[in-house]
Design a protein around this ligand. Structure first.
Ligand code: COA
Length: 176
């Protein structure tokens, strides 16, 4: 079932209800992104249903920390920490967040986007591939060593991750 969601940039007042929806593990990640948003280095997007936030994601156009990304994909903005409240999954919220994230990046003049996905994260990986994300050919953009990220406990500890990229002007008939 698809339910309408409203997507907008987060403000400081949203943090408490966001953490209420996603769980306390996510506090450190999102609280740490507000200063970056305020410095103009990125944007926190939240998805709302009637009762409040049900998901979030962070877009960054800051310098990547990974040297491999700086080498091969310099200047490509990044999507981090796409997360939907467990009870609200499989209703199109993740896809809606990605669609808005991509639209906002396009509006800023970007032509591509990248993200990292854990090897073991089948659900997210399938979603990205289905939406047209691809794995670049460069071997050093695969099997990167995951740094533990707050709120990412559903992922296997010690997992590695791969970088996926998408052209922002690709056709995605599956968005709707
Ligand atoms: C990954 C995550 C954000 C997806 O959120 P979601 O709101 O459930 O995603 P959506 O409902 O928009 O999209 C899932 C849909 O994509 C479609 N889809 C994905 N892969 C597909 C495929 N291979 N073929 C056809 N449809 C596919 C399906 O319609 C699927 O719906 P379903 O789950 O009911 O089968 C969510 O599972 C989550 O928060 N996971 C934990 C955090 C996480 O792993 N984040 C990713 C970090 S990289």
């Amino acid at each position: 079932m698809r339910v309408p969601v409203k997507i907008r940039a987060a403000n400081r007042d949203d943090l408490e209800s966001l953490i209420g929806a996603l769980g306390p593990d996510h506090h450190e990640f999102f609280a740490g992104r507000y200063p970056l948003q305020e410095k103009g280095l990125g944007e926190i997007l939240l998805a709302f249903e009637d009762d409040g936030p049900v998901g979030g994601v962070f877009l960054s156009w800051d310098l990547a920390t990974e040297p491999e990304i700086r080498r091969h994909l310099a200047g490509v903005p990044m999507i981090f920490h796409l997360h939907v409240a467990p009870a609200r999954r499989h209703h199109g919220v993740g896809r809606a967040l990605l669609r808005q994230a991509e639209a906002n990046l396009r509006a800023r003049g970007h032509e591509q986007v990248l993200l990292g996905v854990d090897k073991s994260n089948r659900v997210a990986r399938d979603l990205y591939l289905w939406l047209g994300y691809v794995q670049p050919a460069e071997p050093d953009l695969r099997d990167l060593r995951a740094t533990p990220e707050p709120g990412a406990r559903d992922h296997a500890v010690g997992d590695t991750y791969d970088i996926l990229v998408a052209d922002l002007d690709r056709t995605v008939p599956l968005w709707s």
